[in-house]
Design a protein around this ligand. Structure first.
Ligand SMILES: NC(=O)CC[C@H](N)C(=O)O
Length: 302
């Protein structure tokens, strides 16, 4: 595995320069584009890493999985009264479908759906940002994980589109808390800083029927785990979810910080990071690395 990860990084490195680092959040535009890392965490506790696997980066939309798991943990099936679990076929920050569908987002991994999930969590936790931080620390086994407030503030200053989605949903009665308060939480969740290894460990319960492979803690039931993985497989990469299924064939979740986490159920989780994105806002070299990995291990969920 170790040799395989190093050779995959060597093969995808030439793609650096062909994508574009996210710049609509100004603090992300400063991230050096030539970084590349990969980490694997096995259900047997084995850990493998190559490249910049321990460098911290902004998790961005990967945090949408943590928010969803918190909401399921509290509300179970009732959360689906507020949003769907269908692919959207639209960019992650699209407003068009939301108007047509009367403020009910297609799924929890596009921004509108994540904002509804954050609204649900806002009603539950006294200090939602601290609850999230502690949850992620527990999931990853790393008590040092922090939010980068420079990134959160930078996004808040350029957050008009997310605010528009939240207000549109409020106009349809599908948003219960103060919009600014929920946006503040959402931007802070997105600005969590983690490494590939932190994220691979944090997602390990999704490869292990709901139980964290490193702590033994049950996070979700096996049935809920199947459900979260299925939404990752159908919507984790927005309007590129079909292409990701076709090329990689694993449940995955991306973020505009350039990270992608993928789950090999029953075996391991993998996180790859390369900051340059393709037109859909997903890591260009990251997708290629995962495609090579799934080919080499000869395994996919399809
Ligand atoms: N796809 C992403 O990672 C988007 C997250 C980003 N914080 C936003 O709301 O636009």
């Amino acid at each position: 595995m170790q040799a395989m990860l190093s050779s995959i990084l060597d093969e995808v490195r030439p793609l650096i320069g062909l994508g574009k680092v996210a710049d609509y959040i100004p603090a992300l535009a400063d991230v050096p584009a030539n970084q590349l890392g990969i980490a694997v965490y096995g259900n047997d506790g084995s850990a493998y890493r190559a490249g910049d696997a321990d460098t911290l980066f902004s998790v961005q939309s990967i945090s949408k999985v943590f928010s969803l798991v918190q909401a399921i943990d509290h509300g179970g099936e009732t959360i689906w009264e507020r949003l769907g679990h269908e692919p959207s076929g639209q960019p992650f920050n699209s407003l068009v479908q939301l108007e047509f569908e009367r403020g009910r987002p297609r799924n929890p991994f596009i921004n509108a759906g994540a904002l509804v999930i954050c609204d649900i969590n806002q009603s539950r936790f006294a200090v939602p940002i601290l609850s999230m931080r502690d949850f992620v620390r527990r999931l990853s086994g790393n008590p040092q994980i922090l939010v980068n407030s420079v990134v959160a503030d930078s996004e808040a200053q350029h957050g008009a589109r997310n605010a528009a989605m939240a207000y549109l949903m409020k106009s349809f009665g599908n948003f219960h808390n103060d919009v600014d308060a929920v946006l503040h939480s959402y931007f802070n969740y997105c600005a969590l800083q983690m490494s590939c290894m932190d994220l691979a460990k944090a997602f390990s319960f999704l490869a292990n029927e709901g139980t964290s492979a490193h702590s033994g803690e049950q996070i979700l039931t096996a049935r809920q785990t199947k459900q979260v993985n299925s939404i990752m497989a159908t919507s984790g990469l927005y309007d590129e979810a079909g292409n990701f299924a076709y090329r990689v064939g694993l449940p995955g979740k991306s973020g505009v910080g350039g990270g992608i986490v993928a789950v090999v159920p029953g075996q391991f989780t993998v996180c790859v990071w390369s900051p340059e994105l393709n037109a859909a806002g997903n890591s260009l070299a990251g997708i290629k690395a995962l495609e090579l990995l799934s080919e080499r291990i000869g395994w996919s969920v399809f």
